[in-house]
Design a binder for this molecule. Structure first.
Ligand code: 5AD
Ligand code: SF4
Length: 440
């Protein structure tokens, strides 16, 4: 007998924002009767939710889309859809259609939540559907979500970005800042807590400017309200912009019983010369002052960051400023990137584009430095008991894993399934970034 169940497979590139948007695409497909499957070969519909923040993310997506040509030939009814930041770039959808004519549906970031009607259009007309909206639309509240990251739940609090850092493509593909109404966010959080989610991560390109477009609220009051909800859960958020992080917010963070003791505060560069060229609108000194205030209110707060090397005109001295800042701040983690030229951004046409080799050398030095800081911090965990929210099971290690309030990962054994439970773990092994221990 023919199997009538239809399956979907979604490939996600890029940040947590995209991971959550894929949960919405999955929600829409699930509502249409599709179920998730393990790999592309089993799927009746494959969706690529793309990212364009760096060239390598685009190259990977294009490579993986191209590799499906054969499968599409063998399986005529297979639907291939491509959406997200990459397709939202000006003129890119047509380019993609020419390069891979076998793609059935191409849509962008502004109509991601219209996927249901785009799919129906494709199924009823059999014609290719290419639909890119130029401008952002109003926030849609009722998109179904097929969540995949229990016990954590992602919650959008705002969309878009107004900052126009000169290297960044995000404001061009995600539009201007739009905040969700606080009551909608609170209701979503309440429902998630009732469903048993134990960690909520609020998402926005710059959560510190939440509410500016609404006028009667701000991020500090939002996290206070969420923190006051009943239930046993943790609250995290990302990402922050140093120019908008206020003392008020730091105080709310310190007073919150639910907020984790960690913050992601991208520095990008430790050089004032480069920060200015990047249009970051803070100085190295402003940033270090913020770190001081954060540590005044929450002395043990874990601070993580994003750093870029090889921005146009970055000299050895500029890089040394970044290197020394990393040494001084002692981050709990750092995402390091080589600057990638993005068409249409101001930095793409700046003088002094850097040699790849120099950038690679610089990033290696930074990675080595941060690794040694991580090792040092791991050592300090030896013999400590920490509270972990168990979030998964590692098949290879045969152990459960989870994070503490600082975001540090730990592995431990258990005979019973602990996913979604808070457990106390005595740390007995402190290798690299992650720790191992025993439940106590
Ligand atoms: N090249 C390299 N890294 C970039 N990022 C943003 N744009 C670029 C680019 N053009 C990095 C920044 C940002 C993170 C999400 O990605 O560090 O904080
Ligand atoms: Fe890009 Fe800057 Fe906006 Fe972050 S704040 S998304 S780096 S423009």
């Amino acid at each position: 007998m023919e199997n009538l169940t239809k399956y979907f497979y979604i490939v996600t590139y890029g940040c947590q924002m995209n991971v959550h948007e894929s949960e919405k695409l999955a929600g829409i497909l699930n509502e249409q009767g599709y179920l998730p499957c393990e790999n592309e070969k089993q799927a009746d519909i494959i969706v690529f939710n793309t990212c364009c923040i760096r060239e390598n993310a685009e190259d990977r997506a294009e490579g993986n889309i191209g590799a499906l040509k054969k499968l599409k030939k063998q399986k005529k009814d297979l639907i291939i859809a491509v959406c997200g930041c990459m397709t939202q770039q000006k003129g890119y959808a047509e380019q993609l259609h020419k390069k891979f004519p076998f793609i059935d549906i191409i849509f962008g970031t502004h109509n991601l939540e219209d996927f249901k009607s785009l799919l129906q259009q494709k199924l009823s007309s059999k014609k290719k559907v290419i639909s890119i909206l130029e401008k952002e639309t109003e926030i849609k509240e009722n998109t179904p979500k097929f969540r995949t990251s229990f016990p954590n739940a992602w919650v959008n609090i705002m969309y878009g970005c107004n900052n126009f850092c000169t290297y960044c493509i995000v404001p061009y593909v995600r539009g201007r800042e739009r905040s969700r109404k606080p009551e909608n966010i609170i209701n979503e959080c309440k429902a998630l807590i009732n469903e048993g989610y134990k960690e909520i991560t609020l998402l926005g390109q710059n959560v510190n400017s939440y509410g500016k477009d609404l006028g009667n609220t701000n991020f500090a009051s939002l996290i206070t309200e969420i923190s006051n909800l009943d239930g046993d859960f943790r609250l995290r958020f990302m990402t922050n912009h140093p120019k908008d992080l206020t003392e008020d917010l730091i105080i709310s963070l310190a007073n919150s019983k639910k907020c984790c003791k960690s913050i992601h505060l991208p520095i990008q560069s430790g050089s004032n010369h480069i920060l200015k060229l990047m249009n970051r609108r803070y100085t190295r000194e402003d940033y270090l002052e913020e770190i001081k205030i954060l540590r005044k209110y929450i002395p043990d707060i874990a601070i993580t960051t994003d750093i870029m090397v090889g921005f146009p005109q970055e000299t050895d001295e500029d890089f040394l400023d970044t290197f020394n800042l990393v040494k001084e701040v002692k981050y709990s983690g750092a995402f390091t990137f080589v600057y990638s030229k993005r068409k249409g951004t101001p930095a793409a046409t700046m003088e002094g584009q850097m040699d790849e080799e120099i950038s690679k050398e610089r990033i290696m030095k930074l990675i080595d430095l941060q690794n040694s800081i991580n090792r040092e911090q791991s050592l300090s965990y030896n013999g400590k008991i920490i509270e972990i929210l168990c979030e998964g099971y590692d098949d290879k290690k045969g152990k459960y894993l989870g994070r503490d309030t600082y975001g540090r990962m730990a592995y431990f054994s258990s005979n019973i399934n602990l996913i979604g439970k808070f457990v106390n773990v005595l740390i007995t092994e402190t290798g690299g970034i992650s720790l191992s221990g025993e439940i106590v």
